[in-house]
Design a protein around this ligand. Structure first.
Ligand code: PAF
Length: 280
């Protein structure tokens, strides 16, 4: 595995590299979710690039940028074991040179949900993801469904700027009790870790009710809220049933839909989602 820290060195490493080139963008603190993206890329691509960059512009002023875990030695070992060919670990100044003043905004898809609760977040995500795409010029790029709204924003971004690039959505990797794998899970106390399963339980409850014939989106949302608000101290940001493509709220689940939840336990913010399958 070759490790590079500049865009110039990344391009040199990829010049003449066998194609397809697959890119796995990450912020490090790698876990089974990231490794599943790398495995998929390894299976589908001749060259696998992973980026590790904790992107400051996607964190709000009161969010966890400073304390975000950065276990680079361990990440390096995991990336190597996952078969990554090129590891791109740029410093902040490489991605945001002095005076950086250009931003990418994906309108519409970025507006609601995370966009509402984390103003500026998707502008930071879209900007860094486009910079990574332009630096690596991959044929395929791998994103987890865990961040479903991010996935939809990135799909739009790729379609708008790099139409040949294939965005590969990868299923959420979960703990045995259903909790979605996330780099932020390490912040949870043992009690919060148990309480955190409420997100997945709420999503499943909505799916079960739907399978039993409840197609009203507000009724499914109310059912998710009941599960979540039964957890002492949990602060709910949203529990929504949305059109899987547009992310607009639904009244009736009569098309491919997604249940989305976001909540805080102490100062840890968790998100999760589930594809909703209406009965045939
Ligand atoms: O999902 C993430 O880890 C980040 O949002 C990403 C896509 C690497 C951009 O910083």
């Amino acid at each position: 595995m070759q490790e590079v820290t500049t865009i110039r060195a990344l391009r040199a490493a990829l010049a003449g590299a066998p194609r397809p080139v697959g890119l796995v963008p990450t912020m490090g603190a790698l876990h089974a979710g990231h490794l599943s993206l790398a495995e998929r890329a390894r299976a589908e691509c001749a060259t696998v690039v992973m980026s590790i960059f904790v992107n400051p512009t996607q964190f709000g002023p009161h969010e966890d940028y400073a304390r975000y875990p950065r276990p680079i030695e361990h990440d390096r070992e995991l990336a190597r074991a996952a078969g990554v060919d090129v590891l791109f670990v740029p410093p902040v100044e490489e991605m945001y040179p002095p005076g950086a003043a250009s931003w990418v905004e994906v309108t519409g898809l970025s507006a609601r949900w995370e966009g509402e609760h984390r103003p500026g977040h998707f502008r930071g995500v879209a900007t860094i993801v486009l910079k990574l795409f332009l630096a690596a010029l991959p044929d395929r790029a791998y994103f987890g469904e865990k961040d479903y709204q991010q996935l939809r924003v990135v799909e739009r971004l790729a379609a708008d700027f790099l139409p040949g690039l294939v965005i590969v959505p990868c299923p959420t990797v979960r703990e045995p009790d259903g909790l979605a794998r996330s780099s932020r899970n390490v912040y949870l106390t043992p009690e919060q870790r148990e309480q955190a399963t409420a997100l997945y339980r709420a999503l499943w409850h909505a799916q079960e009710l739907l399978a039993a014939g409840e197609r009203s989106a507000p009724a499914l949302e109310a059912a998710m809220r009941r599960v979540l608000l039964a957890v002492p101290g949990l602060r709910l940001d949203y529990a929504a049933v949305v059109d899987a493509a547009t992310l607009e709220p639904l009244r009736v689940v009569d098309r491919p839909a997604r249940a989305l939840v976001a909540a805080r336990l102490g100062d840890v913010r968790l998100i999760d989602n589930l594809a909703l399958q209406p009965p045939a």
